[in-house]
Design a protein around this ligand. Structure first.
Ligand SMILES: NC(=O)c1ccc[n+]([C@@H]2O[C@H](COP(=O)([O-])OP(=O)(O)OC[C@H]3O[C@@H](n4cnc5c(N)ncnc54)[C@H](O)[C@@H]3O)[C@@H](O)[C@H]2O)c1
Length: 254
């Protein structure tokens, strides 16, 4: 088929939706995947309302059968995937490492790491069916530097960067580029939850403190992260692969 197509996970959330909508506006077909049926439906409706091509699929990325089911849905719809935005993630508990709940650790690793791993495995045959396919895994600046109060999140995102490098090496001979994006704090629901979690009742002060740590003196806008993701999913040179690309207002350049 002429139209380039692919999958976005976490498509019901802030970054996933902004990216899926931008892909839709640019003429790409998007299979929107999220565990939240209502929000994935909203993303699909928004893309279609703007004249784009989108389908929705509810799946939990920690469940192997459900991951293979969204890949099968993409296969049924289009028979290949030109891009795969492996983006679903959770921030999890906010607590010092010494008292970080072990069940919360397991949950974060399951979504952010197992989910990304399973997605890479399940989508590979579809990516191989496309010419010059591209994968973007969503890591974070928490995959580059330490993140107090978010031990599992930081560990999972460092692991996503490592997994991205392994996938890039193994997939390069198949003409598939694999990169990670590492956003700093983004104006988003997730950052609102983190601010409230690290400073209960003083979220605004936490926001200011995070901003003071960013040379650009502000959080990223959702559109900025979506723009980078769409570039790496559809336009970047195929020789650019295995990279963890920060979009962080120079936060990690310091
Ligand atoms: N918001 C930020 O500041 C920020 C910064 C750096 C990285 N990130 C990363 O960006 C990605 C998207 O985050 P966001 O800000 O859009 O958060 P969000 O909470 O708005 O969206 C995350 C989406 O993932 C979905 N999801 C969660 N668990 C799932 C599961 N088991 N199966 C399927 N879907 C599941 C949620 O339903 C939600 O729609 C995440 O990987 C996050 O870690 C976010």
């Amino acid at each position: 088929m002429d139209r380039r197509v692919g999958v976005v996970t976490g498509a019901g959330g802030n970054i996933g939706r902004a990216t899926a909508e931008l892909l839709g506006r640019e003429g790409f077909g998007v299979l929107c995947v999220d565990s939240n049926q209502a929000t994935v439906d909203a993303t699909v409706a928004a893309i279609r309302a703007a004249g784009g091509l989108a389908e929705g699929f509810a799946a939990d990325v920690t469940d192997e059968a459900q991951v293979y089911a969204y890949a099968a849905k993409c296969n049924e719809l289009w028979g290949c995937a030109n891009f795969f935005f492996n983006n679903a993630g959770v921030e999890g508990a906010k607590a010092p490492l010494a008292s970080y709940p072990t069940d919360a650790w397991d949950k974060v690793i399951a979504v952010n790491l197992r989910g990304v791993f399973l997605g890479l495995k399940a989508m590979l045959p579809l990516l191989r069916h496309a010419d010059a396919a591209r994968v973007v895994n969503t890591a974070s600046v928490a995959g580059i530097i330490g993140t107090p109060m978010l031990a599992a999140y930081g560990a999972s995102k460092h692991a996503v960067v490592g997994l991205t490098m392994t996938a890039a090496i193994e997939f390069a001979p198949m003409d598939i580029a694999v990169n990670a994006i590492c956003p700093g704090p983004v104006e988003s629901d997730m950052m609102r939850r983190i601010e409230e979690g690290v400073a209960p009742g003083a979220a605004a002060a936490a926001h200011d403190q995070y901003e003071q740590n960013i040379p650009a003196t502000r959080y990223a806008k959702l559109e900025e992260v979506a723009e980078l993701a769409v570039y790496l999913l559809t336009k970047s040179p195929m020789y650019m692969t295995g990279q963890a690309v920060a979009i962080d207002g120079a936060m990690t350049a310091k």
